[in-house]
Design a binder for this molecule. Structure first.
Ligand SMILES: Cc1cc2nc3c(=O)[nH]c(=O)nc-3n(C[C@H](O)[C@H](O)[C@H](O)COP(=O)(O)OP(=O)(O)OC[C@H]3O[C@@H](n4cnc5c(N)ncnc54)[C@H](O)[C@@H]3O)c2cc1C
Ligand code: FES
Length: 528
């Protein structure tokens, strides 16, 4: 059942106050922190699905690998996902066809299809108990959308070789759409159990994992941790979700969005195993309109879970007056369409939307040739991370990979420049619209328990959080990436930056990059 973490401890096992259904029912896995210098063929920074997928492929090819993770394994977005394994891409095949052309769209589909096959094969080979299932996916129109967009999608999907067909009814839905598309050969799993299964396989094959180890510097010769230890390596893979080694380029061409999830009880086996997606709200002025995504998951002897996600918005920009709105809206949307019982988990997380929809996987831009990044996960981070595992292993091996050009971080796609300008200008406008204009008007005494505000303190803007005991924790509001002012996220009890999506705990610790250094502490525990 739903459990929350203490805002003062957020960061160690997850990146927000709410706990996902995956983390709630999986025992923590402890590894030692790095306390000596070390060396390896490859050092991987980040213990989410991307980092572990790369490490797994490399140990299989005989490389010595060290993985460094600053929290626990899966303490980033991989523990807060909904884990649809989809080759039916949410950026829509007809948009991808416009941006990349027909042949590349076919390759893009193939890469995600192969990723699901890879996971299926690995689950069998390594005997990972993670509820992996092959399922169908159903795409139906949002009420604001027309059937025409499904027709375009059907045609483009066929051009790309995707197994797709029209259906007149969608399983389990109370409100039936006129028509929908059915995509075969999709998948689903328990993401945290899969990650821990990969971790076991990595260590059995000689890889070494350290948790509680924060990397502060990345150089061509290796990495340095905040405790001053080094891992020297021939290749460095930065799998920190938002790369900590690209301050200027990658954060400008991908955009951070918050996305929300709930899990509700449903009677055991009353709903089929499947993935459901709507086409998104076309009334929202955005290139990728926020959409809803739904799946089922085995829970206990009596119940399954129906997990629904959506209501995305830009990080650091809250839309409603009631801050619980996104979860409330999501629950209402889900109840209208599915027969669900009590909502037992709710959480949120972050996705990075690249300007042309495809992840950035490969050699980092303007960096040494032996430094690689994986980012721009979008709503397909499970398959993107798995593609990264194979692609980066091939790059390190010097082998050709058919997907290298598609995912190359340094690619330029002029056809997507409209998105780039729109997002960049939108970020600036959002920043100014939601700026705390008169922080001086908020007094410290007016901040309730377990809440926070931006205040004026000693001539600078500060984020002040009052904990459950009444003590104040004050940090500078200046984001350590490029100095924008952070905003209070009252749902996850974190400080979020509207510029490029960095997030910080109430004590200033970094939860999401591109920032890699904590917010400056102004006052640790005062009784103001
Ligand atoms: C609510 C939600 C629903 C989603 N649904 C889906 C879905 O259905 N299907 C899908 O394919 N994708 C989905 N995604 C996206 C997907 O979950 C993510 O893209 C994916 O988990 C990212 O994996 P990762 O390994 O890149 O990042 P993470 O899992 O965030 O891993 C990065 C790790 O790096 C560590 N780290 C960061 N900085 C440092 C440092 N300096 N030193 C050491 N370690 C560091 C972090 O602690 C973290 O554990 C969803 C995401 C969310 C939030
Ligand atoms: S994330 Fe770039 S300034 Fe904060």
């Amino acid at each position: 059942m739903e459990s929350d973490s203490n805002p003062l401890e957020v960061g160690r096992n997850t990146s927000g106050e709410h706990i996902s259904c995956w983390l709630d029912n999986t025992a923590e896995r402890q590894y030692s922190p790095l306390i000596t210098n070390n060396h390896a063929d490859v050092v991987v920074v980040g213990g989410g699905l991307a980092g572990l997928s790369v490490a797994y492929n490399l140990v299989n090819r005989g490389y010595s690998v060290v993985v460094l993770e600053d929290g626990l394994l899966a303490s980033g977005e991989s523990g807060r996902t909904t884990a649809h394994l989809a080759s039916a891409l949410d950026d829509r095949f007809y948009s991808l066809e416009k941006l990349f052309g027909q042949e590349k769209t076919r390759l893009i589909f193939q890469s995600h299809h192969e990723a699901i096959n890879f996971i299926e094969k690995t689950v069998k080979l390594e005997n990972i108990d993670c509820d992996f299932k092959r399922v169908n996916g159903y795409l139906f129109p949002h009420p604001s959308d027309s059937l025409e967009s499904l027709e375009k999608e059907y045609k483009a999907a066929q051009n790309a070789g995707v197994p797709v067909e029209w259906v007149d009814a969608v399983p389990a839905m109370k409100m039936q759409p006129l028509k929908a598309l059915k995509f075969a050969e999709q998948g689903q799993f328990h993401p945290v159990r899969y990650i821990l299964g990969l971790a076991d396989a990595i260590t059995v094959k000689g890889g070494v994992i350290y948790t509680g180890t924060h990397v502060t510097e990345i150089e061509a010769s290796g990495v340095t941790t905040s405790d001053g230890f080094r891992v020297n390596a021939k290749h460095i893979v930065v799998a920190t979700n938002s790369p900590i080694n690209s301050k200027f380029i990658l954060p400008m061409i991908q955009y951070a969005y918050r996305t929300y999830a709930i899990a509700a009880l449903v009677r055991k086996n009353s709903l089929p195993l499947a993935l459901w997606w709507d086409t998104g709200d076309m009334n929202i002025d955005k290139d990728t309109p926020p959409y809803h995504y739904v799946r089922t998951q085995n829970y206990n002897a009596e119940f399954d879970l129906l997990i629904a996600g959506g209501e995305d918005h830009k990080t650091g920009v809250m839309t409603g007056e009631s801050e619980m709105e996104p979860h409330g809206k999501l629950e209402a949307w889900t109840r209208d369409r599915f027969d669900i019982g009590e909502v037992v988990f709710k959480w949120s997380g972050q996705v990075l939307e690249p300007y042309d929809g495809m992840a950035f996987i490969g050699r980092n831009v303007s960096d040494s040739d032996n430094i690689y990044v994986i980012t721009g996960d979008s709503g397909h981070g499970m398959t993107h991370a798995t593609i990264a595992g194979m692609l980066i292993a091939d790059l390190i091996d010097g082998k050709e990979n058919p997907y290298e050009g598609i995912y190359k971080p340094g690619r330029v796609n002029l056809k997507a420049s409209r998105v780039f300008f729109k997002e960049t200008i939108g970020t600036l406008l959002d920043y100014y619209k939601t700026r705390p204009d008169h922080p001086g008007s908020v007094t410290l005494a007016s901040i309730p328990l377990n809440d926070a505000a931006i205040v004026e303190f000693d001539g600078q803007k500060a984020g002040a959080y009052r904990d459950e005991r009444g003590l104040l924790h004050m940090v500078s509001a200046a984001c350590t990436h490029m100095g924008c002012n952070v905003r209070w996220n009252n749902i996850e009890k974190t400080w979020d930056c509207p510029c490029h999506g960095s997030r910080f705990s109430v004590t200033g610790a970094v939860l999401n990059g591109p920032a890699n250094f904590p917010l400056e502490i102004i006052d640790e525990e005062s009784e103001n």
